[in-house]
Design a binder for this molecule. Sequence first.
Ligand code: AMP
Length: 420
Amino acid sequence: MIKAVTGTKDVLPSEIKNWYYVESLVKEIFTNFNYREIRTPIFEETSLFGRGIGEETDIVSKEMYTFVDRGNTSLTLKPEMTAAVVRAFIEHSLGAQQSINKLFYISQMFRQERPQAGRLRQFHQFGAEAIGSVSPFIDAEIIVIAYDILSKLGLKDLTVKINSLGTPAIREKYKTELKNYLSDKSDLLSQESKVRLEKNILRLFDSKSENDIAVMSNAPLLIDFLDEESLLHFNSVKVALVENSVPFEVDPKLVRGLDYYTHTAFEIISGKVGSQSALCGGGRYDNLIEELGGKPTPGVGFAAGIERILLAMENENVITKNYDVIDFYLIRIESDLESKAFELATLLRRNNYLVEMDYSNRSVKAQMREANRLNAKFTLWVGGDEYKDDSVMVKNMSGGEQSKISLKNFSSEIKKILEK
Ligand code: AMP
């Protein structure tokens, strides 16, 4: 039997309402903040991600789904959206049309990671990119949106962590300091951190190994190297968060995995999803657009993982049990009335009611069972004495009242019954 590929997941009809719920809330909140949706292709030229995310990052160096197509072009299924959105922003000169572009997305992403709870190879993110402003209020806005979406979904066990990564110049200076600090300690580090020491030194703060954590506990911190401008920016973000009731912690060890961040970086963590606890992450990227070939333009954004959010909602018991109901179930009393039942079902459906009927020539008893299973609010009985009288019977399944309605005035009589 062929099964779904490791790390991918079917979303079954029994779960889909939860997805609709998350997606509609996401769209509503983004819309209130005046973000407009952008959709980009599922794959891009591979070089976009190398240049955009950084060749030495985990994503680019080991997690991308890259393939050569029949035209000999190296393509990659998108592992994140920022580079793709920025590519579209530059390509369509969106910056020339308005000074700030506030964009949001909901899309699949692909990363060849080791699958576990909350970590998949094909997963979904929603997120935003606000391109064109250096204002710290835009950083704050992005964090407020992320926090509001998660809280409005009912999540309570949330921690917002923020940090400042300063400017690239400061970061380079700091990296040299960190390298000096680690120069006589590399023997104590895990194998993975030894590699990162050369390639992506900031990521040493992300290690889960106890030895690494011990070594890094006394390491110099980037936050102590920030210049006045970076500190001012960071301070304004923090004040705006306080004023807008977003609780947060400053985490000087929060570095994020991607190269392109400047100034603000943040994550929102759930206490309820185990080791893969980050529900969302983001930050400012003032140099990325220029690095990808655009005019120097600042930007800030975030991405949140939908599967992980649903897991947190499940574990916090905030997923309301799917209680599907339908408006009408049509019970066909005589088997030769299927065409009449179908005609009435279509009429009701065209009038915006959710309707089901039997297509398997089942007994009346089996049809009643089905009506109950589907939580029908009303059953509509087609056949019997009423039908001879050019009528059908409608039964309210909660109160039990029955009404005979004439087929001649079917639509208007149905309406009256529902209005009762
Ligand atoms: P990132 O783009 O790595 O900053 O991730 C942003 C968010 O996407 C994370 O906080 C997760 O919620 C989600 N995410 C990232 N990688 C995965 C994955 N492999 N599986 C499921 N969700 C993920």
